[in-house]
Design a protein around this ligand. Structure first.
Ligand SMILES: [Zn+2]
Length: 448
């Protein structure tokens, strides 16, 4: 059997020079746009309206001539009962999987995948997971929701593509999960949201199980951006005795970017499959892709058959890093700053949930780092922001009031806004599903 080089999943692609990456992107972009226009009235109309023809889109820079695409417009077009709505570019008899994304308000967007789309999904995911340290022979419990969303079945299959022994566990059976993990002699890994790792430790404590005795040694975390918050990753690692690595993906594009051993941001794993542009979220202007730059990421797929993305807005704000990484991967790295829709503005001050979490972690271990903001009326927010914070089990009730005051004082001092803090018990906020930090109930969003 040939030995597998250990550093990369796909060395040829992951070590391409920036010039080679750009050549590949330009070539595939030209093919993709021609395909989109040939197969879809939606894309023909989009380019027509912008006064552009497909053969004028030959370079990544030409993308700026094409208007953005929003998940909502595709989801709305599916409301009449058509499976994929306006964004179906391949015949149904070549589409073999449907998943959905989004939908905290309104309808989720359905996405179709052909066999080749699925192979690409697996390829890109395997690059990310390999960077995160996953290898054939690893045992991984997949603890995401398998119902509709990419994090379940589709991401599961990227672990299989890589060659890990993957257990489709799903959500909602924490006790059984802990007992099954503990019952295995080999160390195991988990694919979950970071807040589920916090929640699972709480379930273990209630059952009298010492988390470190469970044998959970590797965490592949996604769905929430918490791992980069100082202290949060360390606490999860210490609690379980595990190595925790960060991953980022989107439902429409897939599991595509993972953190290498340098832990200096996640490496974009989508080279040759998708193009990432950075834009100013307010003006829509394309920003130069330079080290340290912040902006909203916009995706264009360049090898999609069923449901391509052409400048799909993610509403995720990121900071990019383009300096070379010691691991040898040449793709850009990034850290997620938050969703532009999760940011809230209090008396003119922009507040990101990740900044709130960072302040809370400085009060650990008295608080768990889990929190939620519920906004029940439309902006402006000119009143104390309702903030619910999980308090640690061993903090006596008599100290809660003082701790709540301390949280509010810290937020005021460090983030410059006033919060109305309510403390709740551990395990109240973090659940098996993705934890939404900011819930706007006035827009119909629900607290899960
Ligand atoms: Zn690296």
């Amino acid at each position: 059997m040939a030995t597998m080089p250990d550093r990369f999943w796909n060395e040829a692609i992951e070590t391409l020079s920036p010039g080679e990456v750009r050549r590949l992107e330009n070539e595939r972009l030209t093919e993709q746009v021609a395909y989109d226009v040939a197969t879809s009235p939606f894309y023909r109309a989009k380019l027509d309206r912008a006064g552009v023809t497909a053969d004028e889109i030959r370079h990544v820079e030409d993308l700026a001539r094409i208007p953005f695409m929003e998940k909502g417009e595709v989801a709305d077009s599916q409301a009449d009962g058509t499976l994929l709505g306006i964004n179906q570019c391949a015949p149904l008899d070549t589409i073999v999987r449907i998943q959905a994304t989004g939908g905290t308000t309104g309808q989720p967007m359905r996405i179709g995948l052909t066999r080749r789309d699925i192979a690409d999904y697996g390829e890109v995911g395997a690059r990310a997971l390999w960077a995160m340290g996953c290898r054939p022979g690893d045992i991984v419990f997949e603890c995401m929701n398998y119902n509709l969303y990419a994090g379940g079945l589709s991401d599961h299959l990227t672990f299989e593509t890589l060659g890990a022994a993957t257990i489709p566990f799903g959500v909602g059976h924490s006790e059984r999960l802990l007992r099954m993990m503990a019952g295995l002699r080999d160390p195991v890994g988990i694919w979950a949201t970071p807040s589920y790792a916090v929640r699972l430790a709480e379930v273990a404590a209630q059952l009298g199980i010492e988390p470190r005795s469970v044998g959970l040694r590797r965490g592949y975390f996604s769905g929430e951006a918490g791992l980069q918050v100082p202290g949060y990753r360390e606490r999860i690692q210490d609690t379980w005795g595990m190595v925790a690595r960060d991953q980022y993906g989107t439902g429409e594009l897939g599991l595509h970017s993972g953190e290498c051993e340098e832990q200096n941001g996640v490496h974009f794993g989508g080279v040759g499959i998708a193009i990432a542009e950075l834009i100013d979220p307010d003006s829509g202007e394309v920003l130069p892709f330079t080290d340290g730059r912040q902006g909203e990421v916009v995706y264009t797929s360049i090898r999609r058959q069923a449901c391509p993305l052409l400048r799909m807005r993610s509403h995720d704000l990121m900071q990019v890093f383009t300096e070379p990484c010691p691991c040898g991967r040449t793709s850009f790295r990034f850290r997620i700053l938050g969703r532009s829709d999760d940011m809230f503005i209090v008396k003119g001050v922009n507040v990101f949930p990740l900044s709130v979490q960072a302040v809370l972690m400085r009060l650990a271990p008295r608080v768990t780092g889990e929190f939620r903001v519920v906004i029940d009326r439309p902006p402006p927010i000119d009143y104390p922001v309702p903030l619910t914070v999980e308090v640690a089990r061993d903090v006596p009730t008599a100290q809660h009031e003082a701790l709540a005051r301390e949280v509010a004082t810290r937020l005021q001092a460090e983030l410059n806004f006033t919060a109305a803090v309510t403390l709740v018990g551990p395990g109240t906020i973090a659940t098996e599903v993705k934890t939404r930090r900011v819930v706007r109930t006035y827009r119909g969003e629900v607290v899960q």
